[in-house]
Write a protein that binds this ligand. Sequence first.
Ligand SMILES: O=c1[nH]cc([C@@H]2O[C@H](COP(=O)(O)OP(=O)(O)OP(=O)(O)O)[C@@H](O)[C@H]2O)c(=O)[nH]1
Length: 649
Amino acid sequence: MVLYPVIRRLRNKRVVLASASPRRQEILSTAGLRFEVVPSRFKEKLNKASFPTPYAYAIETAKQKALDVARRMHQGEWKREGETEKRRCERERDIDRLPPARAPTRAREEPATEKDLRAPDIVIGADTIVTLQGLILEKPVDKQDAYSMLSRLNGKEHSVFTGVTIIQCSCRDSRLDMEISEFHEETLVKFSQLSEELLWDYIHSGEPMDKAGGYGIQALGGMLVEYVHGDFLNVVGFPLNHFCKKLAELYLTRPNEDLPPAEHDSIPAVDTFENLSDAEGRGQGGAQGQADRPRALGRKNSVPSRMVDSLPPTPLLELLDGFKASKALFTACKMKVFDLLQDEAPLGAAEIAQRIEASEGGTGRLLDVCAALGLLEKTDRGYSNTELASLYLPSGGKYSLHPLIVYQDEHTWDFFTDLESAVREGTSRHRGAQGRTVDSLFQDRFYQSQDRKLQFLRAMHSLSKLTARQVATAFDLSRFTSACDLGGCTGTLAHELARAYPGLKVTVFDLPEVLEDVSGFQPDRARAPRVSFVPGDFFQDSLPEADLYILSRILRDWPDDKAHALLSRISGSCKPGGCLLVAETVLDEQKRAARPGLLQSLDLLVQSWGRERSLGEYGRLLQAHGFEIVGAARTGTIVDVILATRTTP
Ligand SMILES: O=c1[nH]cc([C@@H]2O[C@H](COP(=O)(O)OP(=O)(O)OP(=O)(O)O)[C@@H](O)[C@H]2O)c(=O)[nH]1
């Protein structure tokens, strides 16, 4: 059965999978896609260092794989001997008019036959990589290589990226026209701490050799894995869910020539509609029964099935409800549902309602939504926190996001209700914004009252606890002896740096009104011997001396002129050979792929004067002040890291 309408839509198209991966073939045929397999001959040897991010590398490799197959098929691999391109294109147009029954019915890899002479309509390429601290791991070349990959991954969390390219081909006057769509998906995977013996046993099983990162999560390799966050099939080699959404975007939102011919028009979007209609028709027997039932989906009805085909796809409906899901999470957090269930669980709806002083009916509905969102587990005995909720949602947990959630609910939510005016005017919705200088952003907005300031500091502290370790270890910084974290707030990153590099002293430089309240966020003195705090304004006061400067989620808060002003001051203090570490959410150059980053950028529009930037944009900002990028790394968290060195003026 085909569940996803767009998969059915492709049935009259010649779809080619440019991949030899048996896993990709299985995933796509299980989904009901009809396709052929033409493995790509593209050698996966692109220069990794020339890509701003690992996923850009995976996307480009996927594209080259698909292009190789599209071009080969066009250039006459499948051409009749002696036939001119013009004749071939004419013939393909003729074949295009044949009913879709001629299209292949199953994935296959067989020699060219008469029906193979049609050029492909769609070519799909994919590439899966594993990344750890900026290093890209592909398939191991031998057992020793597999060992080196698996021992790197041992006990750690890593990212798996699959880049996917969909090429829509058309042939005009012997020319191949291609419309290329690309995307990537990231999944986080954590390995347990494994013994050497187990790693070698696994390697000797032979399983690692044709798999990215040297393991197959779908088979024996599943035993190495502690958790997976994200799409499992993405790790196996093909992000099916994202692929279907992409296809829906490409085919269901364009009500045009892609519609199948009239006789197939009336096929309902989901098999079960048709089955239901038939059963009803037979049961009720007469013509009347048939006329009464909802034949708008049936064959003879005058309601054109084009309307059925162009109904908004499910992802759109989910998107419409996105704000309700956020608000349900905010409310459950605020009402301390997760705190309660952390201490006592399972509890029934009535008991929870009583403990949080709310109505039983309302609480029951909220709890059910939380369960549907994967935050609670619901059994006959009641509700309990899921693992995800236990880790992040109770207010007292080590990695609690509770303060950030409260901040989003009480402030960001309000700002977003005014998104339209922010978009129209291109300015922040911050009430003091009009007529105030950009410089007063923090004093005006975040630090306007003691409560508001503490709320903001707690939110920032909880966010940086999630990212600090990865930022600190994205590059080897052991050669530095002094670092200065500008705008380092409660010092979370500073402590992580000091912990990771025993020879490093770290100064946190931040506004006096921030530093007067950071003592409550510090670990005990014994665990933080090399971190100190210096009050000051980085736009005005002289910066502490250091051979490594750090800007973590700072440049994003400012428009270009202020970012230039700040970088110029750092450049003035940083000696040649010194470095600047920038931790930010780095957007892709086309600003298409990184959804969380794009949403954050919208957030910055409504709440401040800043914006998220791409690596190219950061490169240009830094270069203007004598900094040259020496490396950029994805950390697997919401922030990426750029290391730039101060060149000789
Ligand atoms: O857990 C798993 N992780 C990865 C895999 C398989 O690994 C390979 C990744 O390699 P690549 O993307 O280069 O694809 P190839 O197999 O070389 O085929 P192409 O012809 O498309 O280049 C991929 O097969 C994954 O399925 C796995 O099985 N489990």
